[in-house]
Design a protein around this ligand. Structure first.
Ligand SMILES: CC(C)(COP(=O)(O)OP(=O)(O)OC[C@H]1O[C@@H](n2cnc3c(N)ncnc32)[C@H](O)[C@@H]1OP(=O)(O)O)[C@@H](O)C(=O)NCCC(=O)NCCS
Length: 234
């Protein structure tokens, strides 16, 4: 536990949400300092996927932006003795549209150079990027219904998979959704990623529909988030 106490005062200024595995693993809030590792884990976890094809520099800007945005949140799994190194993470947003707007305006100076470098090498990516920008409009929420939050990515280092780390992260995320008063959490998963779908179903997500994105079939799943009881809110 000494390592965890040291962590609390460490440079990252993280609050330890949960200490597990006898103090060897801690779940903390995702922070901009995790961006390089998050980009690396994303590329390892989603080889061949569109965001991965944008490259490490673009992903690093994304993961630096997300925890600083009012619309973004997430959790990281770290070894308290090496708090700088990310072992796994989950990221989410209360509004994909708001997050994209922020990246396309305030964060554009950071985003544009690495993005244009990738488009120069692979011009076809620009068309797929347009699809990404249009993504929030694919699932317009009916008027009067609170929009769901969206789980954007969950990545566990390959050597740590199937050891329950993903379960800890998704549990922390659902608890945070509940704390924020979010009624539902959506996730889009490649139809071919059956392992991830089993994982989501195990954590209360149910299948919603299938749509095409980047020429691939994508399944949308949703978890309902129970409202906090009045006693807990007080
Ligand atoms: C999906 C993932 C986040 C789950 O985290 P985890 O720590 O391995 O999960 P847990 O140990 O809590 O649960 C194990 C379950 O995860 C899923 N899983 C395990 N390895 C997986 C892999 N390589 N790819 C996809 N899902 C996997 C399986 O459903 C597994 O259950 P099973 O053994 O009964 O098949 C993790 O495996 C991963 O990072 N996969 C690659 C990235 C990815 O596909 N992310 C989801 C899409 S955004």
């Amino acid at each position: 536990m000494g390592a965890l106490q040291a962590l609390a005062g460490a440079r990252l200024r993280v609050s330890v949400i949960q200490a597990c595995s006898g103090g060897r693993l801690a779940i903390v809030q995702l922070a901009p300092e995790h961006a390089d590792d998050a980009a690396r884990l994303h590329m390892l976890g989603q080889p061949g996927a569109f965001l991965t094809s944008l490259g490490a520099d673009v992903l690093t800007v994304l993961y630096r932006t997300l925890p600083q945005s009012p619309a973004g949140f997430g959790f990281a799994a770290i070894d308290p003795t090496h708090p700088q190194q990310l072992l796994a993470f989950v990221s989410a947003t209360t509004s994909v549209g708001a997050l994209f707007f922020e990246m396309g305006t305030r964060r554009l100076p950071a985003f544009l150079p690495p993005l244009l470098r990738r488009f120069a090498i692979e011009p076809g990516l620009a068309l797929r990027a347009t699809q990404t920008v249009l993504y929030p409009f694919l699932h317009a929420t009916p008027a009067g219904v609170a929009p769901p939050a969206e789980l954007l990515s969950i990545m566990v280092a390959p050597e740590l998979r199937s050891a329950g780390v993903g379960a800890l992260l998704v549990t922390a995320l659902l608890a945070e959704c509940q704390r924020r008063g979010v009624a539902a959490l959506d996730v889009t998963v490649d139809a071919a990623n059956t392992g991830a779908q089993r994982f989501y179903v195990r954590h209360g997500f149910t299948y919603v529909d299938t749509f095409m994105l980047y020429g691939r079939a994508m399944h949308r799943y949703q978890a309902r988030v129970a409202a906090r009881s009045a006693r807990v809110q007080a």
